[in-house]
Each structure stands twice: as C-alpha cells, then as structure tokens.
Design a protein around this ligand. Sequence first.
Ligand code: ADP
Ligand code: ASP
Ligand code: MG
Length: 416
Amino acid sequence: MGLIVQKYGGTSVADPDRIKAVADNVAITRRRGDDVIVVVSAMGKATDNLISLANSISTTQSGREMDMLLTTGERQTAALVTMALLERGIEAISFTGSQVGIITDTAHGKAKIVEVKGDRVRDSLSDGKVAVIAGFQGVSTAKEITTMGRGASDLTASALAQAMNADACEIYTDVTGVFTADPRIVPRARKLQKVHFDEMLEMAGAGSKVLAMRSVEFARNHDVPLHVRSAFTWEQGTWVSNEEPSVEDPIISGVVTDMTEAKVTVVGVPDRPGVSAALFEPLADANVNVDMIVQNTSTDGTTDISFTMPMADLAQSETIVQTIADEIGATKVTHDDDIAKVSLVGAGMKSSPGIAAKMFRVLADEGVNIQMISTSTIRVSVILPGPDMERAARALHTAFGLDSGSDYSAPLPERK
Ligand code: ADP
Ligand code: ASP
Ligand code: MG
C-alpha cells in the first residue's frame, strides 16, 4: 500500500462526464489499497473566463481581489470531484490550498511556496479518506489568499507529494505524455519514455506548457519523480526524473514552441552607460519577467533595444517603458504581439557544437526570418514571426531526426 498524488488538469475535468471519469480512476486507485491525494485544476477554461470577467469590470485589478476570484475555479472542481467520489462510495473530503496549509509569500498572482503544513491532509488520510485539494493556491504569510501562477496546480501536486512523502506523483493531462514537440503543432512528435529534470526545466522555461516550470523546479530540487500521463487513455506516460540520460540518447530531445510572448522595441535610445539599467530596473520592480533582450550596435550615437516578455505583461511594460523612453530622449516605443519563440532543447548540445548553426540553416531554407536569438548550455531559442511558427517547428523537428513514423494517434480533446 502506497501514497499516490494524482493531479488532474483543466481539460481532464472540463465537464460532469469528465469529472465522473476522474472519480472512477481515483476510486480504482483507492480500492487497490493505495492512499490518494487528488489535486485539481479549474474546469476547462474557467480560469480564463474569470480573468475576462475581471477585465470587463476593471482595468486596474488588485492582486488580492484577483486571487480571491481565481481560486474559486479550483475550489469548484474540488467540491465536485469529492461529490463524485462520495457518490461512488469512496470516503473523500475537499480542501482549499489554505486549509491544507500551503503557505506562500505575499506576491499575489505569482506567490512562491514557503512551507507546506499538510496536517489536514494527513488527518483525512489516516481517517481513510481521499483528500481532494484545490490546486494553484495557498495562503500567504500575511494570511491572504494567493495564487502561484498559471499552470500552478502542477506545483501544488509536486509540493504535496514532497511534503507527504508520496510514492508517486501522477500528472494527468490531455496528451499521453511529454513529447518531442507539442503534438497539437507537430503531429509527428514522439512520446518520450523519460526526460531528465534539467531538460524538462529548459523545455518548461522555453514555454512548453505540459508542465509548469516551477513544478519542475520544485520536483527537481526535492527529487520528486513525476509521471505525466493522459486522463483520457490512462496509458503509461513519461517519467520526469533525475535519471541520467544514456549515451544513446539523441542530442536534441525536443522542439518547444511558445506563442505567449510579446516584443517591445525602444527606437533611438542614446548610446551611453546606464540606459539599459534605467530601462530594465523599473520593469524588474514591477515583477515583469523580461525574457530575451537585443541591443543593436550604435550608428549615429543612438541604438534600438528590443525585449520580450509575457503577453499578459505587455500593457504594463509599455506604460513603464514609454515613461523611461521620454526621460532618456528615445525616439519612440513600438510593440509586436504576433511573434513566436521556437527553441531546441537537448542535454547533448553541451558536447555537440554546430547545433545553433544547423538550426539557423534550416530556418533560412524555410525562408523564416529570425528576429532574436538566445542560448543556454542545453537550449537555443529564436524569436520569429508568429505565422511562421508551425512551419519552423515542423522543419526543425524533421531536420533534427525527431519525427516518428506516424502522426499522434490518441484523441486530442478540444480545449473548452
Ligand atoms: P493541463 O490542463 O492538464 O494542465 P496543459 O494545457 O497545461 O494541460 O498542458 C497540456 C498541453 O501541453 C497539451 O495539450 C499540449 O498541447 C501541450 N504541450 C506543449 N508541449 C508539449 C510536449 N512537449 N509534450 C506534450 N504536450 C505538450
Ligand atoms: N487553473 C489555473 C490555470 O489555468 C491553474 C492550473 O490549471 O494549473 O492556470
Ligand atoms: Mg497545465
């Protein structure tokens, strides 16, 4: 008998039938004799809908009120899954993140976990109950309700698995595992049997949403192996762990695509010391996650600086940057929200020179214009025009020998 954490994502609990299917799976696990902690996301697009609702009411939402609003999505699912379990004769009880003592810092919308108490989870397990926990949320050291960033139910799951010393942490989603690319964009993507935490962290950081980055970071730091699998087919998925790659593993393990960033360019910036600091310090103070930065060489004593950041932070960034641009005497500020980031990730890159060059050649042959480039030891990323993303990703996937013999075959549920 073991303890299993099972996390179900939004598509997996999108409607009453899906919730019943999830309850059936939990019931099977429980009847097999295991203790089960269930972590749930909001149903389907519930979080997006709550955000739109807030946007239709206010343009300057307070973080506190947003978190009060958004946490209701997960809370709803937790109650409904619990009802479905009780209906099946399985003892169960739902909890909010706050009730189980997921203590975070005070950064609304992107709070970090400082401690997981878990007393009520322990108590309910020892009473023979399944604990069903609303993901994505906690309570801050200032006793306010917080959320931990988009996709953070994954983080709730890995944090609880670690705190409760679980034997397995299963992340149920709408695809059958982690693939060499998003199968919705590259149908020839291949399922990976296993992925090392370091590679998964780079993939998540490059924008692959199959696992939220902070959950991978947490799982790696605390050595919690994750099993990513489908709640639609229940087949074996992908293990994400510390297991070292073998020598036969391919140099490149995946192509990652990301359409969630936007680019801001400040034109005609005076080329003198301190200008970049003046520009990026206020963005950092406003908690904007700047990703790539490119500064052109100066020609007539001025230069252009471009940077990317999450689309959600675009309006805020533009306002901040416009103020600074006026102060420093830049010519103008422009933005582009139709860009995409395509990245190659692979631990083998460390010892294989020429990967970036080959990537640029493939893109050139496709007629794709690269706007920005950044690299790490195991990743090369480029920014390109949004409409070119799919073509670029597929061409790279083929060129680096990642294609499987056939298209992705499991059902790809529509995102509600
Ligand atoms: P959930 O709601 O279950 O958390 P997400 O939408 O957050 O699900 O993540 C699952 C989605 O991630 C898949 O439907 C797929 O489109 C996308 N995805 C992106 N990259 C990959 C990848 N490398 N392997 C598998 N899925 C990926
Ligand atoms: N519901 C939240 C989101 O959509 C958290 C999650 O699903 O993990 O981002
Ligand atoms: Mg997710």
